[in-house]
Design a protein around this ligand. Structure first.
Ligand SMILES: NC(=O)c1ccc[n+]([C@@H]2O[C@H](COP(=O)([O-])OP(=O)(O)OC[C@H]3O[C@@H](n4cnc5c(N)ncnc54)[C@H](O)[C@@H]3O)[C@@H](O)[C@H]2O)c1
Length: 414
């Protein structure tokens, strides 16, 4: 059996999480890591857990010569330059089979399209990492409901949320580097999940045609003086000058091109969700049937009283973005698997070994970027955007949201 050798670019939060997932994935090993912050620790973890004997490399080119597939886990603002270097390395003879990129594929439609162009120009298989479409909780619920769906008709409404109290790294908070606020960061997950749930069985993941989008972006918590100061002190970002949205909600209308049926996906994301920690919540309604997933309801709970609370070293080992270390707390027994990180990695590994694109390719990632940017445009204009209008599509090709340009005050303070 062949093994796919992976090279990680980026060794921060998500790279560490995916290394945990890799312990549950077959036919792959970690052989190369780009030498930036966290690389040594990640290499040590890989060795300790027998994921491979990764070597650290100072250049993207060298790294590309020591793996079969590169995984881009670096910040959003570094994507394109890294993809350009990968394409150059392939032209210079690096024997790469494929490239994987974490969400979002691009901060704008133009960036995402360029990512597709570079990967295809280098003849690479692609995988867009959108873990939530690989969540067994969602896909098992869907497969249980297929018989009901066949008799009663398709889902007509899907709602998807991802919420927590705010990101861990400075660059996420800076809209000019990240590409916006929580819509750019997590709206991409929820928009994609809605479409996935609504897609009829056996149809491609872009089968449903987006026809309209409405959206509201707002700054509910982190624009208040006390919290603005906290952001300035902790991350050095000034939300009086360059604010980003910490709450977004919107609705996308999709049309089934075969039946003409209109269905709706509602997405909600926040960085001001002050509960136990990260919550993924999805539900969907069809005629006579429904499904629901709530990541904060775990079969495992712990209780830490006030007296014992001082002894808790790291609440985040129990739950991502945990905000509390006392009281009744949720614990996930296998968070990396629950969020879909194992299944998305296995899918990419199996696909690349078979010489194919993964279930979600870069073109799919670019389509998600298009919808996220359409949501920003709808919020900015304060209208329901007609996604069938060729002029709107054209405008989106060169669109950069005001928030991502550092002009969020025009949108969020008015
Ligand atoms: N799917 C998910 O649930 C999920 C969760 C978190 C992050 N992400 C995505 O993963 C990516 C990384 O996020 P993170 O939370 O790990 O960030 P992070 O800040 O924790 O880590 C970033 C890593 O990239 C490295 N890096 C910085 N600049 C670089 C450059 N120019 N070239 C190469 N490497 C560079 C850093 O040294 C660090 O190792 C982001 O695109 C983010 O959107 C996805």
């Amino acid at each position: 059996m062949k093994t796919l050798r992976l090279g990680y670019i980026g060794s921060g939060f998500i790279a560490r999480f995916l290394a945990v997932a890799m312990k549950q994935v077959r036919h792959c090993e970690l052989t190369a890591i780009y030498d930036r912050s966290g690389a040594k620790e990640l290499a040590a973890y890989a060795k300790e857990n027998r994921l491979g004997e990764p070597k650290l490399f100072k250049s993207v080119k060298e790294l590309c010569n020591h793996c079969d597939a590169v995984v881009i886990f670096s910040p959003n603002y570094t994507r394109l330059a890294i993809m350009e270097e990968i394409a150059e390395a392939v032209k210079a003879g690096a024997p790469l089979k494929g490239v994987i990129c974490e969400k979002p594929l691009g901060r704008t439609v133009a960036e995402a399209k360029k990512m597709v162009e570079l990967a295809r120009g280098a003849n690479l298989r692609t995988s867009y990492f959108e873990n939530q479409l690989h969540m067994n909780a969602i896909n098992n619920a869907l497969s249980q409901l297929r018989p009901q769906q066949n008799v009663m008709g398709d889902f007509t409404l899907a709602r998807s949320t991802e919420e927590h109290a705010g990101p861990h790294s400075t660059w996420f908070w800076d809209p000019t580097r990240q590409g916006g606020g929580v819509l750019s960061d997590m709206g991409c997950h929820s928009i994609a999940v809605c479409r996935h749930i609504l897609t009829p069985e056996g149809k491609p993941n872009t089968f449903l045609k987006p026809v309209a989008i409405q959206c509201d972006t707002s700054l509910l918590k982190w624009g208040q003086p006390k919290y603005r100061r906290q952001l300035l002190d902790k991350f050095g970002v000034d939300y009086t000058k360059t604010p980003a949205e910490d709450f977004v909600t919107g609705i996308i209308t999709f049309k089934n091109p075969e039946t003409g049926q209109l269905v709706k996906g509602q997405f909600t994301n926040s960085w001001m969700y002050d509960k136990q920690g990260l919550r993924l919540w999805m539900d969907a309604i069809g005629p006579g049937y429904a499904m629901e997933v709530n990541s904060l309801i775990s079969p495992v709970e712990i209780f830490v009283g006030d007296e014992a609370a001082e002894g808790v070293a790291d609440a985040e080992t129990a739950l991502e973005k945990s905000t509390a270390s006392r009281g009744l707390l949720s614990v996930h027994s296998n968070e990396a698997d629950f969020y879909g990180y194992t299944t998305e990695t296995q899918d990419a590994v199996d696909s690349f070994l078979a010489g194919k694109d993964a279930m979600l390719d870069f073109e799919y990632g670019a389509e998600v970027t298009f919808l996220v940017q359409a949501a920003y445009m709808a919020a900015e204009k304060g209208i329901t955007l007609d996604l069938t209008d060729e002029n709107v599509k054209k405008e989106l090709n060169s669109y950069r949201s005001l928030i991502s340009q550092g002009k969020g005050a025009d949108v969020l303070f008015s």
